[in-house]
Design a protein around this ligand. Structure first.
Ligand code: ASP
Length: 344
């Protein structure tokens, strides 16, 4: 159970350590600094969240809406060809086809989503258009592409030469299951620095923002598990699994093995735990523990990380494995990178 006294104590320590100056490069700080921060504020998964947060910050610092900020923010990794787990340049499925999953949710509980979308760079913007221009929440596959093209999105080839090369290399062994615990193997234990190259076969950007008016929104976008079965959909486009926002309470998003997140309706669970009084990190931890408790043997082999932001601007994260990190951007510091605490 969550211990309020311990939390109050750790918050006090965190507050006293919060004097971090402005910096253009990432400041690696220990997780206890995940303390309340003034709004506006944006947080997102992994180290590539830093650049994404900067784009979101452009909107938030000008007094813009959290929804606009998260869309703009996650477009950055979507366009980054070097990022092989999101958008353009994402690693393909086992048939060599890049398929994207994304969803977005605003302060009024409106949401939109696309799954298995091909040929479109900004899946997140298609998801937003589903939310704003249709009576539906989710479009998939050919229907999602048709909708995007009808609404002016450009059809492009998402498979870059680098990702095609990685896929062809994978085909040589063509192991059916993707490497689930890739972060733990590839990160240097002492720092959350990302290794270069195309070794990452999954990682999603999930972003949560609180704007100057105190409204929350979130976005989540990914090319999903590399070399997945064609047609496989992960947690990232599923409202309640990969992302959930409740403007009264807070928001949560996830990264890692989507199947486990879906089975536990992870992001919704994190928000509901915050409603019960759990601070963000404790809520993320409890959601991770549910996954571990149900399948302890499997949990050793996989990574799942949750990231949460409360209505008050408190934030926190927790993962099964080491190696998860998240980026935080606010008035004081636009480039924080925080190693997420983990069970293992
Ligand atoms: N959650 C994503 C999926 O299952 C992948 C990831 O974030 O690592 O498709």
């Amino acid at each position: 159970m969550f211990d309020r006294r311990k939390f109050i104590k750790s918050s006090a320590i965190s507050a006293s350590l919060l004097a971090i100056g402005k910096s253009s490069i990432a400041n690696i700080i220990p997780a206890p600094l995940a303390a309340p921060a003034a709004k506006p504020l944006v947080i997102s998964t992994w180290d590539f969240g830093i650049a994404a947060n900067h784009a979101a910050w452009g909107v938030l610092s000008a007094g813009g809406r959290a929804l606009d900020a998260v869309e703009k923010g996650v477009q950055v990794p979507e366009s980054d060809v070097k990022n092989q787990s999101v958008g353009l340049g994402g690693l393909p499925d086992r048939d060599g086809i890049v398929t994207l999953d994304a969803c977005i949710m605003d302060e009024e509980g409106n949401c939109g989503s696309v799954a298995g979308l091909e040929h479109i760079e900004h899946a997140i913007s298609v998801a937003r258009m589903v939310m704003e221009k249709t009576p539906h929440v989710m479009l998939v596959g050919d229907g999602a592409l048709q909708f995007a093209l009808e609404n002016g999105f450009k059809k492009i080839n998402l498979l870059t030469p680098e990702s095609e090369k990685a896929w062809k290399e994978w085909l040589k062994t063509a192991k059916y299951a993707p490497v689930m615990n890739i972060e733990n193997k590839l990160y240097d234990k002492a720092s959350p620095t990302r290794l270069p190259g195309n070794q990452y076969n999954h990682d999603t950007i999930g972003m949560l923002a609180l704007d100057a008016k105190g409204n929350l929104s979130g976005a989540c976008t990914t090319s999903g598990m590399a070399y997945k079965l064609h047609g496989r959909v992960g947690d990232s486009p599923i409202i309640g699994a990969g992302l959930y926002i409740d403007n009264e309470i807070g928001g949560a998003t996830s990264t890692g093995v989507g199947e486990e997140v879906i089975r536990n309706v992870g992001s919704f669970l994190v928000v509901e735990l915050m409603r019960q009084g759990y601070p963000p990190e404790e809520a993320c931890k409890e959601a991770v523990m549910r996954i571990i408790k149900k399948k302890p043997a499997k949990a050793k082999e996989i990574q799942v990380g949750f990231l949460a932001l409360s209505k008050k601007g408190q934030y926190g994260a927790y993962a099964i494995q080491k190696g998860f990190s998240y980026a935080v951007c606010n008035e004081e510091n636009q480039s924080l990178l925080i190693p997420g605490k983990s069970y293992y």
